[in-house]
Ligand binder design. Structure first.
Ligand code: COA
Length: 232
């Protein structure tokens, strides 16, 4: 049998899986956007059930969804395509997440955060901006054990390093090094969280973290940490 015949033999199966996956995602998105998103936030009476329902939808919507995630009341993340959330991580109350966004493990997110990986094209001045389309998406990466305070905005392509804290109301316009506390608009380092040269056992990067290029994320964090150790 020729190559073309083999390819056409394989295609229907692969297409079938893709169609099924898409249908599953759309059904879960409809359930989430129509019902789950409006259920009470998790500390409220009935919140535990609401939390489980949202997590179930998320499992079918997101590109990858860890265990015990907490998608809070009101969070909006479209169909979930391009978004990965690691074990025990949150998407906070009333968040707006436009992917691709890769969230590691043990990430906490306060209410009303906005994570934007896309932006309008504005390079031409002879065409109105609303007719120039979009720039290429630049994924946001949030590494493990990060706390993003209430009302933060994270701009396209930014990486927030392991163990960092982003103060309430901050606008993250550049990468956040691991183990730092940043705050303000634009977010600047206000303090460092630790002074040792090794990662504490309790917060070793998750293996395998459910983010894209997990090895790269981990290596970058360790490289950054190594190069920073003189600053600590
Ligand atoms: C970032 C944060 C954790 C830092 O707390 P902290 O370790 O006690 O730090 P401090 O209050 O000592 O602040 C250190 C410096 O950063 C500044 N700072 C702290 N948070 C800031 C913020 N959100 N925006 C701007 N500056 C901030 C302080 O003014 C201080 O500056 P100074 O040294 O010039 O006086 C805290 O301020 C914060 O924003 N928490 C988020 C709360 C939240 O969103 N909760 C929602 C529940 S998930």
């Amino acid at each position: 049998m020729g190559e073309g015949a083999e390819a056409s033999d394989r295609a229907p199966g692969a297409t079938g899986v893709a169609v099924l996956r898409r249908a599953q995602r759309l059904a879960a998105a409809a359930a989430y956007l129509g019902v789950g998103r409006h259920l009470p936030w998790s500390p409220r009476p009935g919140g535990a059930v609401a939390r489980r329902a949202r997590a179930l939808s998320a499992r079918w919507m997101l590109d990858a969804c860890g265990d015990d995630v907490n998608i809070e009341h009101g969070a909006w993340f479209g169909s979930g395509k391009g978004i990965r959330v690691g074990d025990r991580s949150d998407i906070g109350m009333d968040a707006l997440v436009i992917g691709p966004v890769h969230i590691g493990a043990d990430v906490m997110m306060g209410p009303r955060c906005i994570l934007l990986a896309s932006a309008h094209e504005t390079s031409r001045v002879d065409v109105p901006m609303n007719r120039q389309g979009f720039r290429e998406d630049r994924p946001i990466v949030i590494e493990d054990d990060v706390w993003i305070g209430a009302g933060c905005i994270v701009l396209p392509g930014r990486r927030i390093g392991t163990g960092s804290i982003v103060g309430a109301g901050s606008v993250v316009v550049s990468d956040v090094p691991p183990w730092t506390v940043v705050a303000g608009n634009p977010a600047r380092i206000v303090k460092k969280r630790r002074s040792g040269d090794r990662l504490p056992e309790a917060v070793q990067p998750s293996v395998p973290p459910p983010v894209l290029d997990a090895a790269e994320v981990r290596a970058d964090a360790l490289d950054a940490e190594a190069s920073r150790s003189g600053l600590a």
